[in-house]
Design a protein around this ligand. Structure first.
Ligand SMILES: Nc1ncnc2c1ncn2[C@@H]1O[C@H](COP(=O)(O)OP(=O)(O)OP(=O)(O)O)[C@@H](O)[C@H]1O
Length: 238
């Protein structure tokens, strides 16, 4: 797919594939096109050229809501929770939105708040959560829809470093226990390298590299995009 904004080529001929039971990392420097790609995949934006398919069906013209009802969920960089509703109610509302009954929604919310480590805040207003917990609430809300695919846009931003391994376990649980496919965008390379089965690197709207974490780690182009030429030269010398 490609996407231009009045002359800015945010994406140029980018292909990405996500299967159930896997975690794919999407990384790249600021402005590389990561959020644009997630917006297009989830129906919050539309490609200038190209198409999106979900379970083999062309969904390019579908609204975000319709894609959501067909198993595609996402989290946002900025909070989309209902600030005055409680943390629990926010998760319940997400489940109700895809057709769960009241009892099932309540049970699902309870399980997800436990999984995400938010049970202690269940009755607090969502607007009172610290930034990192708010990101986790976003993940809980996405999972409440029982998605086949979850696209997570910087879910670990704002999480204290000590809590990142716990969050990595959540991502693995979504893949292994729920069988979902996860597209994970994050600047935390330790998290990405730890949980991803495959990684795709975007730079200036094109795919710079793709491969396993080990392949990406040893790819000098990726190092150049991230760390600058000097780091690459240092790596070549060592
Ligand atoms: N609505 C828009 N209007 C104009 N330009 C846009 C719009 N959305 C994105 N862009 C431009 O497209 C390019 C890609 O932006 P995008 O936000 O997708 O990058 P990103 O990789 O998600 O960056 P970050 O890591 O900072 O979130 C940037 O040059 C950005 O300025």
């Amino acid at each position: 797919m490609s996407r231009s904004f009045e002359g800015v080529h945010a994406l140029q001929g980018v292909s990405i594939e996500l299967h159930r039971h896997e975690v794919v990392g999407l990384i790249g420097p600021n402005g590389a096109g990561k959020s644009t790609l997630v917006n297009i995949l989830t129906g919050f934006d539309f490609p200038t050229a190209g198409s999106v398919s979900l379970d083999g069906r062309d969904v390019t013209g579908w609204s975000a809501h319709r894609r959501g009802r067909h198993g595609l969920a996402r989290t946002f960089q900025h909070s989309h929770s209902f600030r005055s509703l409680s943390v629990r109610e926010n998760v319940e509302v997400a489940a109700l939105g895809v057709g769960a009954g009241a009892r099932a929604a309540r049970m699902r919310a309870g399980e997800l708040l436990d999984l995400l480590g938010l049970a202690a805040y269940a009755e607090a207003p969502a607007g009172s959560l610290p930034h990192g917990d708010e990101r986790r609430l976003g993940v809980a809300r996405a999972l409440a829809t029982e998605p086949s695919f979850v696209l997570m846009d910087e879910p670990a931003a704002g999480l204290p470093e000590a809590e990142v391994p716990e969050f990595a376990a959540v991502v693995r649980a979504v893949r292994d226990d729920h069988g979902a496919g996860v597209l994970l965008i994050d600047h935390n390379m330790a998290l990405i390298m730890d949980v991803c089965d495959r990684i795709q690197v975007l730079d200036q709207g094109t795919v710079l590299a793709e491969g396993t974490p080990a392949e990406i780690r040893s790819n000098l182009d990726v190092a150049a995009a991230y760390l600058g030429e000097s780091a690459v030269q240092a790596e070549q010398r060592s």
